[in-house]
Design a protein around this ligand. Sequence first.
Ligand SMILES: *[C@@H]1O[C@H](CO)[C@@H](O)[C@H](O)[C@H]1NC(C)=O
Length: 422
Amino acid sequence: MKSLLFILLLFCLIAPTFCIAGKFWQITDQHYDWIYKYKSKPHSGECRTGEGDAGFYGDYDCDIPWLTVESAVQEMAKIEPNVDFVINSGDTWPHAGGSAEQKLQTIANVTNILRKYFPNTPVFYSPGNHDFEPKHDCAPGANAWLARMADAISPILTTEQKKTYLQGGYYSQVIEGIRVVIINTILYYGHNHYTTNAEGDLSNQYAFITSQLDEAYENDEKVLFVGHVSPGFEERFGDMGFHEKFNEPFLKVFEEHPHKEVILASLYGHLHSDSFRLSENAGPLLLSPALTPWKNYHTKLGVPNNLGMGRLFTYNKIDKALLKYEQYYADLQTCNEDMTLKWQLEYDTSQEPYYMQDLSLLSFEKLFYKMKNDEDLFNKYLDFNIVMYKTGCDSDCKIRQFCALKFLHKDDFDICKIIHDY
Ligand SMILES: *[C@@H]1O[C@H](CO)[C@@H](O)[C@H](O)[C@H]1NC(C)=O
């Protein structure tokens, strides 16, 4: 026994990362369309009928078929099956819509495919705006839809987690000393009709966040928040994600907590863009790109993206610091032309071009100021921003990008846009 321990220790000395590196995956915004039809006619953001040029694996004007979802998850498990947990940050459901019954099946099926390829691994799901029925509308407090969603994801919820999920769509679990806190930011979402006139601490979620931070501090844990819609502003068009009245109070919950230093980062999806926010309150906010390529046809400015397969995080098991992530993707046009889904590494934060030391707020601040002074680096960021789907960015676009990355409060963001002081 003793000699075995000795060999293990020796091994750790030779290859320290093997012993101390923990890993987890994040995937988001699948928007899987169960009636996506190859060679149908893209129309109003859907590829379901008619005859046209809708691609085999998905279409920039539409969402994606099941085979693309399964292939992405399969590839994740091929690249790194030994992860401590897997995160789905929401929006399993297609933009084109369907019945409530199909929506619940979609949530269940996407959850189950993650469980199938990552057996015996905790899977977390934070609900997206499209996962509510009607879409975007999440009522505060316990309600019938939350209960039906809880049933759809019941294999991944413990009895204890189900209790808080039913109260507001939030729950937590501690893994390897990291407290993963799933929050339901759809309550504050700007298009949520049910909370247009609501006030105060909806579903007692602020109290939940505070208690999670308290407990983490007492137990010497670190905290990773996971939500769908992030606070602050969209970086390409400048829209606020929340109803305005919720943005400040939400940020304040983190800002005013005496032990916010336990926060590692907050992970989000929703915007279908790869970006980050320098929040001094909730750790760096990391926005993961979507699996769906769907171009937002509601807006003239809508841009598509390539398929953001998933993001593999590495952390240090001793102090829990997030060390890096690797972003994987597929170029949809090439894949459709070749009739082969070719997933590949897009970038690794520790390598070219970011060369980040870790994923701390300080490292993101360094990256921000490097980008500000280095046009080439900023252009690389812009390529990653929409997963290598190249478009331009004029001077207004550049200002919005930098202001949104740096400022989450409305006053700061508005002033930044005027005086360009970022
Ligand atoms: C979900 O999976 C079940 C079982 O494979 C299948 O019968 C059903 O059609 C799927 N539903 C959707 C919306 O994908």
